[in-house]
Write a protein that binds this ligand. Structure first.
Ligand SMILES: NC(=O)c1ccc[n+]([C@@H]2O[C@H](COP(=O)([O-])OP(=O)(O)OC[C@H]3O[C@@H](n4cnc5c(N)ncnc54)[C@H](OP(=O)(O)O)[C@@H]3O)[C@@H](O)[C@H]2O)c1
Length: 229
């Protein structure tokens, strides 16, 4: 599908990669962007429609789909990173990461799938991570691995309706989430641009940086080849 003329919804749109998605969509000619956020912010741009959406709140997901019935492109961007360790971290925090990063995109995609189908198919983008394929030892990594599986399931399930599903995998991005990390980071706008190129190409996956491409290529190797943090 083409971004030009599309109507998009971006979760977690108020900052970081979500805000970059909104900017890139508008730059490419999207006619309307629902900027969905837990605390929606007003915009001076008439093409931007703020929308209240906590992706872990089933009633808000349902209300968002009821309000935004013109959406042709869904971008599951919202993410949480508690850092809670699988082996001994706070269990509720691990569950919260799964709620946002795994159940959230599933709930949003299920709610919007009939809307996308009614508009001829459209597309879904879900933001994953290089940690879909290596573990940093935390619930966040597990949530991204699980979300990768769900994205693969949804790609098959939505294909008959003509909906493409693109998974975006990436290492460190220069946002709040990685603020404490001292390592090379890709710019959020660059990730958004690659993701939207992927949508326009009908790509199943976008691997946005060299680290991610290397990890995916090494998947057939020893699972302990990468140090767990
Ligand atoms: N930064 C990285 O290094 C990196 C690397 C790979 C993948 N990613 C992924 O990239 C995506 C965007 O993250 P980011 O880097 O932009 O991080 P960020 O700066 O921490 O932003 C996270 C965004 O998700 C929103 N969010 C969190 N929980 C939510 C919920 N329950 N419902 C709705 N929105 C929620 C936040 O909203 P509030 O403002 O309300 O908190 C915020 O807008 C995430 O899926 C993340 O896992 C990030």
């Amino acid at each position: 599908m083409q971004i030009q003329g599309s109507t998009a919804l971006v979760t977690g749109a108020n900052r970081g990669l979500g805000a970059a998605f909104v900017e890139e969509l508008l730059a490419r000619g999207a006619v309307k962007v629902y900027a969905a956020a837990r605390t929606p912010e007003p915009s001076d741009d008439p093409r931007v429609a703020p929308l209240a959406l906590d992706v872990t709140d089933a009633a808000q997901v349902e209300a968002a789909a009821a309000r935004a019935g013109d959406v042709t492109l869904v971008i599951n961007n919202a993410g949480s990173h508690s850092g809670a360790r699988i082996a001994d971290g706070d269990f509720a925090a691990i569950q919260a990461d799964l709620d946002t990063n795994f159940f959230g995109p599933i709930a949003v995609t299920r709610a919007f799938a009939p809307i996308l189908a009614a508009h001829g198919g459209g597309a879904v983008v879900t933001v994953h991570s290089v940690l879909s394929w290596i573990s940093a030892g935390d619930g966040y990594s597990a949530s991204k691995a699980a979300a990768w599986s769900a994205t693969n399931a949804l790609r098959s399930a939505l294909a008959p309706a003509g909906t493409t599903v693109t998974g975006v995998h990436v290492g460190y991005i220069d946002t709040d989430m990685a603020a404490s990390i001292d390592a090379p980071k890709i710019a959020p706008r660059e990730v958004a641009a690659q993701a939207l190129d992927g949508v326009e190409a009908g790509a199943d996956e976008v691997l946005a940086d060299e680290v991610t491409r290397g990890v995916k290529a090494g998947l057939a190797g020893d699972p302990m080849a990468f140090p767990v943090g």
